[in-house]
Design a protein around this ligand. Structure first.
Ligand SMILES: [Zn+2]
Length: 501
């Protein structure tokens, strides 16, 4: 016969055992808008990596839990990675079609920072009231110069679908001291409008901009703590002077700077560029940089660099350049004709190589940014980087050749850009991380099957393996396809935003 005491003990143990199995009372009482169940959660901000469920309500991550959670909608994420949505700080694809392919690639915030816009709100012109993902722009320096020189608004570059021209005075005309002063007033205005820093296409205005003008601009950037997003001046292949110029100015003025597509600007000089970049960080310069994982570049045939000795600069000939729209390679005759007839036509120039790209992508502190080109119609081809940059990093450099660990790669695509942009927009303190209270911008993918599929000849293809993407807590991609009629994206504005805008 069992003693009663022993029975009581057994019951107590049994009760405790059952309590551990059941969700706690608190969990039972809360029904979240959405629950992501049992995924491998990687938070690139804290290096957390473990199986957890997320409870999301009102666009925010409310809880991260080991136990089961109740949700009105439940995503079963078993076997998949759950991490912060990618933040693309270099995207010209501020159109509905551009956003569609970026979100399929896991991007939840896509920003036009290199070219910028002015007025800044013009960045939303082509997205109208239907943003799939978050977006925003820096204040466009070229457009501000143009405003002073022509007194007309030309929001640059890609937002209204009209052909633009690098022949615009904003790119080509030098300024006198008085005009420089007037442009600086517009720089302040652009930041007051909520510009996420200043977009500086320096190479495209190489002949027009003097050191004195740059110093005035960098001084305002320092004063406003507004990062300059710079396409540095390009010299002969691998010449680092364009990078040295902006590092010196940043040292002198204290301006925060970001180097756009560092690998594309560095080419064979990549090791020297990376050395200069890391030395500048050690010297206390507030500098960041991004690269994309492709070996070909893309720009307009009218770009200023093609007025110069471009074949030597890039180490290529006409036969290495494709017209993006058709995929056809050029000869001299076709090249000269098109430059006159349609300077806005997009070209893809194959001047990089895989070793340079890999050195850049794996470099400590290097962020991933797509440099996605503007796209308006799938009948016009474009560089695949607008459709596959982020999945390509996960495919080529994490899954296939293990150049990067998964958490390392994810940090380059979400947390590092968020940390950089928090300087100018405090909202980024809630992005690029999977933490309680963070914005529910989330990507869910299978690290074992992820594969970018966009190619130079067939760019309009989303990747394999990215199943769900959430923007501000709403499902925008489900089973690898864009959900219809859901537009949760928001414009992100800078801290300088003035109440009157
Ligand atoms: Zn550029």
């Amino acid at each position: 016969m069992r003693s009663p005491k022993k029975t009581t003990h057994c019951l107590q143990f049994f009760a405790i055992f059952i309590m551990c199995l059941l969700p706690s009372q608190a969990r039972l009482e809360t029904t979240y808008d959405l629950v992501i169940r049992d995924g491998r959660v990687i938070d690139p901000a804290s290096d957390f990596d473990g199986i957890r469920s997320l409870g999301i309500s009102r666009g925010t991550i409310q809880t991260i839990d080991e136990g089961p959670l109740q949700g009105r909608v439940v995503i079963d994420a078993r076997g998949k990675i759950v991490t912060a949505g990618f933040i693309d700080l270099h995207s010209h694809a501020q159109t509905q079609l551009g956003q569609k392919y970026q979100v399929l690639d896991g991007v939840t915030t896509s920003l036009e920072l290199e070219a910028g816009a002015y007025p800044v709100a013009a960045v939303g012109n082509q997205i109208a009231d239907r943003p799939l993902i978050n977006f925003g722009a820096s204040a466009s320096y070229a457009a501000m110069r143009s405003k002073v020189l022509t007194n007309s608004d030309n929001p640059y570059l890609f937002f209204d679908g009209r052909p633009f021209s690098f022949e615009d005075p904003g790119f080509t005309t030098p300024l006198d001291a008085q005009q420089i002063e007037r442009v600086m007033r517009h720089v302040h205005l652009g930041l007051d409008q909520g510009g996420l820093g200043i977009g500086l296409l320096l190479d495209y205005m190489s002949d027009a901009v003097t050191t004195a003008e740059l110093e005035a601009l960098f001084t305002v950037a320092a004063e406003r703590k507004a990062p300059l997003f710079i396409h540095i001046r390009r010299g002969m292949a691998g010449d680092p002077r364009g990078l040295m110029e902006v590092i010196d100015l940043a040292k002198k003025t204290g301006a925060p700077i970001h180097i756009c597509h560092l690998s594309a600007s560095a080419m064979g000089g990549i090791e020297e560029f990376l050395r200069l970049f890391h030395t500048a960080i050690e010297d206390g310069v507030d500098i960041s940089a991004e690269s994309y994982p492709y070996n070909a570049g893309s720009t307009s045939i009218g770009a200023a660099v093609f007025d110069r000795d471009w074949q030597q600069i890039f180490g290529i000939t006409y036969a290495d350049v494709q017209l993006a729209e058709s995929g056809k390679y050029f000869d001299r005759q076709r090249w000269d004709k098109l430059r006159v007839e349609n300077p806005a036509a997009t070209i893809i120039h194959h001047y990089g190589n895989e070793d340079w790209t890999q050195l850049a992508v794996k470099a400590p502190g290097m962020m991933i940014g797509s440099d996605a080109m503007p796209v308006f119609s799938e009948s016009v081809k474009s560089h695949p980087r607008g459709m596959g940059t982020f999945s390509r990093v996960l495919t080529e450099y994490v899954r296939k050749n293990k150049l990067l660990s998964l958490p390392e790669a994810l940090a380059k695509m979400s947390y590092l850009p968020a940390a950089r942009l928090a300087l100018i927009a405090p909202q980024f303190k809630n992005k690029g991380r999977i933490q309680t209270g963070a914005d529910a911008d989330i990507v869910i993918f299978d690290a074992n099957i992820i594969a970018d599929q966009a190619t130079y000849t067939a760019p309009y293809q989303g990747p394999k393996g990215i199943s769900w993407v959430l923007v501000n807590g709403k499902i925008v991609v489900q089973d690898g396809a864009v959900v219809e009629a859901v537009y949760p994206g928001r414009i992100i504005i800078g801290a300088g935003s003035h109440p009157s805008y």
